[in-house]
Design a protein around this ligand. Structure first.
Ligand code: CU
Length: 318
């Protein structure tokens, strides 16, 4: 008799536990409109554009999943998942990928209709999950696929290093993966990107000194959007060399006012006494050496990534 309440309570507790588990898992699966075993009605699949650590210091250059298998008639919805800007861009037949041009409206804005024709230029426009990128950015982009084939797309900001492929098969073909399988794969890859970024951060700390600042680094997939060390102290007349030690992402070192064209150098780095000074676009491997000829505290930014926290300060002492 005394066991009876316990017997009643146990399944009750279990149900509660399962219900709360389901409540936690539900938001993850809400984005998925595709279910295994239901190949006949058109689906909308989700691909995440970019990834990032919670402090935005580490940014991922990837579409997750990078390969997706859909059927003719299905939609793909790309969702911005990072502060770093990206695009979803299908090149026209015979067109080659050009370097990113922040003044080209064909790269910055949406191009093409809502249904992919299999051979023309289509572009999402700039995508980001924040609104302070300096660009007019969208949070999602949806295309309907009716032509079968394998279609590779790129991010025009990050070039060949960031691409994905849509595999479109005949309507009714059995799907190899469900949306939740893609989502799990994406989460796993996102964690790997953040770990890779943390390792690069650690390595950058070892290379950096009061006279050498690592102005961002990346391995073409994981990018560190930080100056290391972001605060340094030098003496009057000394020099500091800023180094982009990455492989894919550009940065700038910009003191004073942000120039209208962040790609162009401003001022004389051999004799900095405050005011406006900018490296212009620093490609991977580029160095920028500044001689500090005035006592004070000088703040600087990466004009491309300051909104993610890529900022620094040089204190110059007598
Ligand atoms: Cu930067």
């Amino acid at each position: 008799m005394t066991l009876k309440p316990a017997n009643h309570q146990r399944p009750h507790l279990l149900r509660l536990l399962l219900a709360s588990l389901a409540a936690m898992l539900l938001p993850l699966s809400l984005g998925s409109a595709a279910y295994a075993g239901d190949e006949d009605s058109p689906k909308t699949w989700t691909v995440q554009v970019g990834s990032e650590s919670s402090d935005q210091a580490i940014q991922g250059m990837s579409f997750l999943p990078s390969n997706i298998y859909v059927n003719a008639g299905d939609n793909i919805k790309w969702v911005a998942n990072s502060a770093e800007i990206h695009t979803v861009t299908f090149l026209a037949k015979g067109q080659s990928l050009k370097p990113f041009n922040p003044f080209d409206p064909k790269q910055l804005g949406r191009q093409g209709g809502t249904g992919y024709d299999g051979h023309s230029y289509y572009n999402s426009g700039i995508m980001a999950n924040v609104s302070n990128t300096g660009f007019k950015a969208v949070e999602h982009y949806t295309l309907k696929f009716t032509h079968t084939g394998n279609f590779t797309y790129y991010c025009v900001v990050h070039g060949m290093a960031m691409k994905g492929t849509v595999h479109v098969r005949a309507a009714g073909t059995e799907y190899p993966f469900t949306q939740s399988q893609y989502d799990r794969q994406a989460k796993k890859q996102e964690r790997k990107i953040v770990r890779d970024g943390e390792k690069q951060w650690e390595a950058a700390r070892k290379q950096a000194s009061n006279h050498k600042v690592i102005a961002g680094t990346d391995n073409e997939t994981a990018m560190l959007m930080r100056f290391v060390h972001h605060e340094i102290v030098v003496h009057l007349g000394e020099t500091v060399t800023f180094v982009n030690s990455g492989m894919g992402a550009p940065h700038t070192v910009t003191f004073g006012q942000e120039p209208a064209n962040v790609f162009a150098p401003v001022g004389n780095p051999k004799d900095f006494k405050g005011g406006n000074l900018s490296s212009g676009l620093m490609e991977p491997g580029d160095k920028f050496t500044v001689t500090f000829n005035k006592v004070g505290e000088f703040d600087y930014i990466c004009a491309l990534h300051d909104y993610m926290g890529m900022v620094g300060e040089v204190e110059v002492r007598r």
